[in-house]
Design a binder for this molecule. Structure first.
Ligand code: FAD
Length: 110
């Protein structure tokens, strides 16, 4: 059985999705996208939503639909709480995942 390396990408914003898009043909990897939401959204249009000019659904899209075409990518919804580099694992609000390569793309916040 093929032993694929696991890449975990934390954060499905511009950075995380672009990284995954670049690796969509890299079938030697199993990629897991982790995000605390189950949807990507487009921050530049947040003001239009706040002002009532657009519906939230117009600037957001479910990760599972975005990733549907990528058979080497899975989505896991959960909030990252801790990285344990000595054990190559991350602790989420709802479980733990092990990785070979960890990509942090969780944006500019804490
Ligand atoms: C109102 C507004 C308008 C903007 N307008 C422009 C513009 O016109 N042009 C421009 O170039 N840029 C604009 N920006 C900036 C642009 O949106 C950011 O630079 C860009 O979104 C950063 O992308 P990112 O992938 O690094 O992070 P983000 O887009 O912040 O994505 C981070 C992802 O990580 C997830 N995440 C965060 N913490 C955790 C956690 N603990 N566990 C799991 N998941 C987590 C989040 O849910 C999110 O999906 C704007 C930003 C805002 C807020």
């Amino acid at each position: 059985m093929e032993n694929k390396k696991t890449i975990i990408v934390v954060g499905g914003g511009f950075a995380g999705l672009e990284f995954i898009n670049q690796l969509k043909q890299a079938h030697q990897y199993k990629i897991i996208l982790v995000d605390l939401n189950n949807y990507n959204f487009f921050p530049p249009l947040l003001y239009q939503v706040a002002a009532g000019f657009m519906e939230p659904s117009a600037i957001s899209y479910p990760f599972r639909k975005i990733l549907r075409k990528h058979d080497n990518v899975k989505f896991y919804m959960g909030e990252l709480q801790k990285v344990v580099p000595e054990e190559n694992k991350i602790i989420l609000s709802n479980g733990e995942l092990s990785y070979d390569i960890l990509v942090m793309a969780s944006g500019a916040r804490k």
